[in-house]
Design a binder for this molecule. Structure first.
Ligand SMILES: *Cc1c(COP(=O)(O)O)cnc(C)c1O
Length: 465
């Protein structure tokens, strides 16, 4: 029977009976349902974010947060005059974060929402560079750090600042405070301490780093400011390790960045940069925009940017408060510790970070303690067949002959899921021991999914990924 009405099944429509447009700009239209189905179905091949333990970022948000994101889809955060209440919520959130990180006067200091820690890091680095120049700095500026996330290599390259990464030594996997002085000189614009290392999840000892710089000032007159990259620690330690001193309680800390979309629990696209005092942000970086008949200071790398992220971050702050954040983050640490105990019980792993909230973020990192006949890339590859995305990668220089694995636990990852993961780990280990790969996988075989941990490998010969 010829179909006179035309096909009424979605998948019989013309757009879905041929391959999707891929190369040149598409010539013809598609009805929205067809275009949607093509895009939606292709995305089924993506990993499931909730079982992606390689990411640090938010993978669970509640319905109210989703609603606020949808409601603010059309709000441009740069239009302060047109959307004054969005601007106001951002301003409140800045004060809240400044308060959380113990700025001396949260009401008057400068801070801004950003698209993430990377933009916030660039802003912190730029402010340090401008302050150094104002102090009379000439020549090539540099900054000193331990193993850092790739955003700092980006900052160095994009803004022409020399990065001086201190190699690891001995058993210590974080920057050693004793090594800092030798790397600092008149052109050192800042030391960057990482509060929640990408590689291991460990906190660097910011207080000891600050003390080392105090000592340097006593003996040489060099007054080197500290920037803290608290991308993932900034919204953990204030709730789960409140006695740990890493923030503006240290006078040397002039700026801090964190990712709202990591442990801040906001949706992707949210970060924060906060300065200790208004005077720590050079005015050359400030651009004033219209705001309710007056003007408002902005300092961002972007112009137009979605407003929903800052709005939803504010929602999370007032929804949870200190007690709520403490509850949520403690629950995540408990899952991390549960996973670490399970891994230890398997007998072939040695824990580097076992989810102790005093030592690092809610993550677990480990290495093989013996040779079980397979390596961690093999294991990572096997786990992928069950949907678990867990990164394996080498440690930073000078320990890069060693491979480790890391699982980042996040809001929404339950004890039950950890138990499922442990059961799958045992299954995968048994498979690998019964039928080992004829040759083990290498880091290159393991493919592109090693996430930002490998991107942070301090190499200058390959471009940052
Ligand atoms: C994730 C991370 C960054 C980059 O943050 P984005 O929000 O992804 O831009 C920077 N530093 C550290 C320590 C990180 O963990």
């Amino acid at each position: 029977m010829p179909d006179t009405e035309g096909p009424d099944d979605l998948f019989a429509l013309p757009g879905l009976s041929r391959t999707a447009p891929k190369r040149g700009f598409p010539e013809h239209e598609l009805v929205p349902q067809v275009a949607y189905e093509i895009v939606h179905d292709e995305l089924m091949l993506d990993g499931v974010s909730r079982t992606n333990l390689a990411t640090f970022c938010t993978t669970w948000v509640d319905d109210q947060a989703r609603r606020l994101m949808a409601e603010s889809l059309d709000k441009n955060i740069v239009d302060k005059d047109e959307y004054p209440q969005t601007a106001e919520l951002e301003r409140r959130a800045v004060r809240m974060v400044a308060d959380l990180w113990r700025a001396p006067d949260p009401a008057t200091t400068h801070g801004t929402s950003t698209t993430g820690s990377s933009e916030a890091a660039m802003l912190g680095g730029l402010a340090a560079k401008f302050r150094w120049r104002k102090r009379g700095g000439t020549g090539t500026p540099n900054f000193v750090c331990g193993p850092v996330q790739v955003c700092w290599e980006k900052f160095a390259r994009y803004f022409d600042v020399e990065i001086r990464q201190i190699p690891l030594r001995g058993d210590r996997l974080t920057m050693h405070p004793d090594d800092i002085a030798a790397h600092c000189d008149d052109n050192t614009i800042m030391v960057v301490a990482t509060f929640g290392q990408t590689f291991t999840g460990l906190y660097e000892d910011v207080a000891a780093i600050s003390a080392a710089l105090d000592k340097l000032q006593e003996t040489t007159d060099l007054d080197v400011p500290l920037h803290v990259d608290a991308a993932s620690g900034g919204f953990l330690a204030p709730f789960t390790a409140p006695d740990l001193i890493w923030d503006f309680r240290l006078a040397r800390v002039k700026s801090i960045n964190a990712s709202g979309h990591k442990t801040g629990l906001a949706p992707l696209g949210s970060g924060w940069a906060i300065w200790r005092e208004a005077s720590d942000l050079p005015e050359e970086l400030i651009f004033n925009v219209d705001y309710l008949g007056g003007s408002m200071a902005t300092f961002n790398l972007n112009f137009s940017r979605p407003g929903g992220q800052a709005i939803t971050q504010y929602y999370e702050f007032i929804r949870l408060g200190r007690t709520g954040y403490a509850r949520v983050q403690s629950a995540t640490y408990r899952v991390a510790q549960h996973l670490a105990a399970g891994l230890r019980g398997l007998g072939i792993f040695e824990m580097i970070h076992d989810g102790d909230p005093q030592r690092g973020i809610a993550a677990v990192s480990w290495r093989l303690s013996e040779d079980p006949g397979f390596n961690l890339y093999d294991l990572s590859d096997r786990l992928r067949t069950r949907g678990w995305l867990i990164a394996a990668y080498p440690l930073p220089a000078d320990r890069d002959d060693e491979t480790i694995m890391r699982a980042v636990l996040r809001h929404g990852f339950t004890i039950d899921m950890a138990d499922l993961l442990l059961a799958d780990l045992v299954r995968c280990m048994n498979q690998l021991q019964r039928r080992p790969f004829s040759t083990s996988l290498t880091r290159e075989d393991a493919g592109g999914f090693t996430h930002d941990a490998t991107a942070a490998v301090p190499t200058t010969s390959t471009p940052p990924r």
